[in-house]
Write a protein that binds this ligand. Structure first.
Ligand SMILES: NC(=O)c1ccc[n+]([C@@H]2O[C@H](COP(=O)([O-])OP(=O)(O)OC[C@H]3O[C@@H](n4cnc5c(N)ncnc54)[C@H](OP(=O)(O)O)[C@@H]3O)[C@@H](O)[C@H]2O)c1
Length: 337
């Protein structure tokens, strides 16, 4: 079977397509034939060997995918052959609060291979059945981008009808955030660097659109839109010093979900404003299987389909990753096998 491996070049171009032997199953394991993958910003951090994401040479990248179970170990009880399943981004986080053990072994990262391969072995409890009404590619977008947005808006915070949510950008996490915020009856204010993408978001039902390139002081625009009050919740995907703008744009007693690090890993943050405005900063690390199940129910009941920009073939994986790097996409980039 085919797989892409990270080589010592640590770049998209130097990913190497190899032939790999099938693994033998342990009694509690299943073999999944991968049908579709979705790409995340984090896959680029792993492939390029950035900071703590740097994996050893030989690692197979990409965290998110969906497949069909084709072989089942002798003691497996919770899933069966032909089930359509996704791997959990954090395979050990089944439910409850996050612990160090639950945080270990994320898929396609430093310590564990990912899904950019034709077949993958999982322990049975590391998988979740995906909603039947979604295509393989749509379902493949859920484990990281979908669950992260769900966790921040619907679990750790519980946004309410009439709340205002500020969403940054039009990548994977951001578009899911739009969909969940609108589902909950919240008002969305969206930032994007592209007028064309903002117009596409308008068609999704987003009423307040700000081009952050045209309005670098976008926090003032947010305050104008909210009559000086600020928003109830910010989905912060940019990170670093950019958080100061979110601190200015959020309401008293509001919440900022710290999710992304597009602008860097550290920042010079105005801590006194966090105190005086009583802002809650909440870090989000993807989510648990329990949250994933709740998200699946919500997707099904509300007939929400993830937004896919483009789907590539397995042979075009490097092209798809290059496009992800350029950030020209709206929603998710997928690979179909
Ligand atoms: N904590 C977690 O559990 C978790 C989970 C998933 C992702 N993440 C992180 O969240 C971030 C986004 O991930 P993703 O996979 O959704 O990325 P993505 O699909 O690559 O989208 C990135 C988007 O960020 C937007 N952007 C860039 N600079 C911006 C700025 N100054 N202001 C507003 N938007 C800006 C761009 O939107 P426009 O083109 O519209 O301007 C771009 O499309 C990454 O840092 C990723 O590592 C964290």
């Amino acid at each position: 079977m085919k797989a892409y491996q990270i080589t010592k070049g640590y770049s998209i171009a130097s990913l190497s397509l190899i032939e790999k032997d099938h693994l033998q199953l342990l009694p509690n394991q299943v073999l999944v034939k991968i049908k579709a993958l979705s790409l995340n910003y984090r896959d680029l951090l792993v492939i390029k060997g950035v900071d703590d994401w740097k994996p050893p040479v030989g690692r197979i990248p990409v965290s998110d995918g969906v497949g069909t179970i084709v072989e089942v170990g002798s003691e497996v009880t919770t899933v069966s052959a032909n089930d359509r399943v996704a791997g959990l981004f954090l395979p050990n986080w089944l439910d409850g609060k996050l612990t160090a053990e639950k945080l270990a072994n994320p898929l396609g990262g430093k310590v564990r291979d990912g899904l950019l391969q034709e077949y993958v072995v999982f322990n049975e409890n590391e998988l979740i059945k995906v909603p039947a009404f979604l295509t393989d590619s749509e379902a493949a977008t859920l484990p990281c981008a979908g669950l992260t947005a769900w966790h921040s808006l619907m679990e750790k915070d519980k946004i309410q009808p009439g709340n205002t949510v500020l969403i940054q950008g039009t990548g994977g996490v951001s578009l899911f955030s739009i969909q969940f915020a609108l589902m909950a009856g919240a008002e969305v204010i969206l930032l994007s660097g592209s007028d064309e993408k903002l117009q596409r978001a308008k068609q999704m039902g987003v009423n307040h659109l700000i081009n952050y390139k045209q309005f670098p002081n976008w926090e003032d625009e947010v305050l104008n839109i909210t009559n000086g009050r600020g928003v109830d919740h910010v989905v912060e995907v940019v990170g670093s010093d950019h958080i100061n703008k979110s601190i200015d744009a959020v309401a008293l007693d509001g919440t900022i979900s710290i999710i992304g690090l597009i602008n860097g890993l550290k920042g010079n943050i105005n801590t006194v404003k966090i105190m005086t405005k009583q802002i809650k900063l909440q870090g989000i690390n993807v989510g648990s299987k329990e949250m994933f199940n709740k998200m699946n129910n919500a997707l099904e009941v509300n007939n929400i389909h993830p937004i896919i920009d483009k789907t590539y073939s397995f042979d075009e994986a490097k092209e798809a990753l290059t496009l992800l790097e350029r950030s020209s996409h709206f929603g998710k980039l997928c690979i179909s096998l």
